[in-house]
Design a protein around this ligand. Structure first.
Ligand code: C2O
Ligand code: CU
Ligand code: CU
Length: 503
């Protein structure tokens, strides 16, 4: 693996990093923290789009930093496209290393999927053309460069894709100002508030690169004034490794209407949604119940992951209580590392309630969608994938990723059950390219499906000791696709496999 320092920075002492992030995470000194207006990413179409990968100085809210951007924005521009339309996108590479983009969650042909073997060198371009067959919903894009997905994504080259379509529009969901896209991340900042990606050999490569400063739409300490009505929050966890246990500071109910692959069959009321990296949540939040001037925070509540203690890190059982630090330790000098622990509380966005009326809750039908499910028969074949992390190696079925090796040959147009087992002491959000799957069951660990796991999914969190069965089926495209952990440090360090569909 290549080791280098980024953005021209020499490796500074990691001990200097992150006092501001600590204050936000601990809910202390709120009045002392300057809130930053939540930006809305710029919106672009996809019918004739050029995305240029290049370094640029960006505004992080409390200062500026060099980032690796697409068209100079951080995060990348939001691509809006309608189902049935054809995307024509050119990627230009003005970085000084290889790159390639992947359209996460979209069911695209092999040549448009951004497999690392398609990466292009500095000064080159890559042309993507594909029909958008996917259901309306929130998808995203990020680099997929061999062993460089983590730094390139972290430094800014990720953005949202909104697929529009009739199925959603019929519901008359809150839109315009009342539709809020939220790209959630965590970062580690240098002493001058600059973005840096400098993973330490041990902890950061095993846990993944955790930051202590929460980011929403490219800024920390984000705040937005909301009116007293219902908002649609369209949330992406675009972190490298951090899992968010997302909920309001009040733990008031939210209505979940969709996830990775669009609308759920039926809405569900939740007070939290646990979102691993790569996962999306489509939430309706009613601010009309609050008085003008109230401040409500969208936060990641603290949690601990049972079984996630094997390397002496973050030992603990059960869920943390708000205000409690998981495992009772964090920060420098512990195995928690400079970015904090998985499960540390983080305040992501503050909503300041205004005095205007906003939209009422949409009248949602009992069934939001009528998507058929793939049929599971007694003789549906089962394929097993074991995810393991030992001694700095992240493997699937005991093997690290190799660019040209085909790890599984999958027939086209046939339903299979993939049984995914986490044998390691780390959380693995497992992601499958080339479309959406259904989650059938979970055994071990939490031993149940979560309310947000009932729809179409492309990423599923598999905690230590869990086995999750999913139903997959690839109808549309033959070719080579990927299965991998979406903890980007795990992915870059080998936790990825090639499967070929149709031959
Ligand atoms: Cu979002 Cu192969 O990844
Ligand atoms: Cu993907
Ligand atoms: Cu993993």
């Amino acid at each position: 693996m290549r080791r280098r320092s980024f953005l021209g920075l020499v490796a500074a002492s990691p001990l200097l990093i992150g006092s501001r992030g600590l204050a936000a995470a601990d809910d202390l000194g709120r009045s002392a923290t300057r809130r930053v207006p939540l930006p809305r990413p710029t919106v672009v179409g996809a019918q004739d789009l050029t995305l240029t990968a290049r370094p640029a100085v960006v505004d992080l809210g409390h200062g500026s930093s060099e980032a690796w951007t697409l068209n100079g924005s951080f995060p990348g521009p939001t691509i809006r496209i309608r189902r049935g339309e054809r995307a024509r996108i050119t990627l230009r590479n003005e970085l000084d290393e290889d790159t390639i983009l992947h359209w996460h969650g979209l069911n695209v042909p092999e040549a448009a999927d951004g497999h690392p073997r398609l990466a292009i060198g500095p000064g080159s371009s890559y042309r993507y053309e594909f029909d958008v067959r996917d259901r309306p919903g929130l998808y995203w894009y990020h680099p997929h460069t061999h062993e460089r997905t983590a730094p390139q994504t972290y430094l800014g080259m990720a953005g949202l894709i909104v697929v529009e379509g009739d199925e959603e529009e019929a519901l008359e969901l809150p839109s315009g100002d009342f539709e809020l896209p939220l790209v959630l991340q965590d970062k580690r900042l240098g002493p001058s508030g600059d973005l840096r990606y400098e993973p330490a050999m041990g902890h950061d490569l095993m846990m993944g690169f955790l930051g202590d400063t929460p980011f929403a739409n490219g800024v920390s300490d984000a705040a937005i004034e909301v009116q007293r009505g219902v908002y649609r929050l369209r949330v992406l966890n675009a972190a490298n490794a951090r899992i968010f246990d997302l909920g309001l500071s009040t733990l008031d109910p939210m209505t979940l209407i969709g996830t990775d692959g669009g609308l759920l069959d039926a809405r569900v009321t939740v007070d939290r949604v646990m979102m691993a990296t790569g996962e999306r949540a489509d939430l309706l939040v009613d601010f009309s119940r609050y008085a003008p001037g109230n401040r409500i925070t969208l936060r990641s509540h603290p949690f601990t992951i049972p079984g996630m203690g094997m390397m002496g890190m973050g030992v603990g059982m059960g869920r943390g209580r708000p205000g409690m630090r998981p495992g009772g330790m964090r920060g420098r000098g512990t195995m928690g590392g400079v970015g904090g622990l998985q499960g540390t509380a983080m305040d992501l966005v503050e909503f300041v309630v205004g005095d205007q009326r906003g939209p009422d809750a949409p009248a949602l039908p009992a069934r939001l969608t009528t998507m058929p499910s793939p049929a599971i028969e007694a003789d549906t074949p089962v394929r097993r994938f074991r995810f393991n992390s030992t001694m700095m190696r992240h493997t699937i079925n005991d093997r690290r990723f190799e660019m040209e090796r085909v790890d599984a040959r999958i027939p086209q147009g046939r339903t299979e059950i993939w049984s995914i087992r986490n044998e390691a002491g780390y959380a693995h959000p497992v992601h499958v390219h080339a479309g959406q799957f259904r989650i059938l069951s979970r055994s071990g660990g939490r031993a149940a499906l979560m309310p947000w796991e009932t729809g179409r999914k492309d990423t599923v969190l598999v905690l230590p000791g869990e086995t999750v069965d999913i139903a997959v089926r690839f109808d549309d495209h033959r070719g080579l696709f990927l299965l991998h952990c979406h903890n980007l440090e795990h992915e870059d360090n080998g936790m990825m496999a090639n499967f070929s569909v149709g031959d």
